[in-house]
Design a protein around this ligand. Sequence first.
Ligand SMILES: [Zn+2]
Length: 508
Amino acid sequence: MALMKFPRMLAVLAAGLCLSATSPALPPDAPSFLIQGAQVADGTGAPLKKADVRVVGDRIAEVGTLSPAAGERVVRADGLVLAPGFIDVHNHSTEGLKTDPLAETQVSQGITTLVLGPDGDSPWPIAEYLAGIEKAPAAVNVMTMVGHETVRSLVMGKDFRRKATPAEVVKMADLVAQGMREGASGLSSGLEYDVGSYAETDELVALSKPAAKDGGFYMTHVRDEAEKALSAFAEAIEISKRGGLPLQISHIKLGTIGVWGKTPQAIALIDAARRKGQDVTADCYPYEAWHSNLEVIVPDKRYDDPKSVAEALRVLGGPSRITVTACKAHPAYAGKTLEQIAKEESLTPVALYSRMVREGGADIIGHSMTPEDVRAFYRQPWVMVASDGGINTDHPRGAGTFPRVLGRFVREEHLITLEDAVRKMTSLPASRMKLADRGRIAPGLKADLVLFDPRTVIDRSTFEDPRRLSEGIVLVVVNGEAVWSEGKPTGAKPGRVLRGPGAAGSRP
Ligand SMILES: [Zn+2]
């Protein structure tokens, strides 16, 4: 077969004309198409292999050396890599999907399934949210967790700054069970955030149990990603062990000076639990900066105490490493560092911080991880790629995570192989989400597919321009329909709701 000179150009023959397949091996009236000549990364981590892939309806029908049936659409893919659709297990598009169902920043990265409700904050009621998505589908498949903060707020209201009573814990556990029945895939928590942080370990263990009973897992933004990160990882492992369910550590990181370089200890802690048979995995976004709120950096919550605030700024590397992305009380602060704003306002950074919290807080980006730690986590076989972003995210990870890993960690740095990177984006998250029919390229599985150019794929989003679209993702297919082609969304919305293991007869 002759190599095409312009591998990014797709030859879609007879598109929009007669689409019915005539091969005797295919159902007579099924719409089908053939992707020919791609290097297939099948999602398992196996070496790239040149193969043709036929899609019939919403499934992968055949993989091998295939010829087009009469009238069948053909996508020439010479020089391109065909992978299973990317599954983002930590995505914040719960609201964004309502206004942007085509999810341009997501599908342009190759994402085909979003897992919503991380960090303890989920839609509620879950049945209602998922039914709404089914009524107004998106370009991508949607899954959700049930959030600890969400159920804790439902039970405790505004009186959450304390330990829950046994009766309250029972009520919360009932809500977790309800969430699982309605389609959640497990329990998520955000123990660094206001509502979740007041829960003790025992409360999380108690709420894990109904999730475990329905085959769910525990996903956690741990209690401390800073100076006490190691004990926070240990607490997560304890909750998963006592709750009897698998563990996913969200956006694993070592976010302050005192723990920089302690990746060997963190990895050893997790490897030890895995060796004892515990199912522990993590996800990691490929950036050295995080995105959160102003309050989160002062762990003892003494926002007016100059000593606490000064210490918080010190361990993050100083006020020049904190950039405000949004501030209701002072919109003009957006894009500036705490150091710059303090100078402009003639305040010390500490005084500025306390004033900003009193005036309603702000969203911030902290440049406080080291590239070496991020890369050490990425080399671990149990670390998957996830964005912690989503539609309208003010951090470049929202539009760039997956192409950034393929362009920078694979092509430029040779940190991991292309096959392994694809595995971290597909079969590994699929197995965590118990998606038996997605995350790999094999006959019979759902046709969620990504075609990309391994020579050009790259993120273009930056801290200044966080929603700039990635490049090099050529074609994205969800349930057999193209959602991204020729550099834009096709307008198709074939995404489905994928309910978790506790929902009866759930999987479409
Ligand atoms: Zn988080």
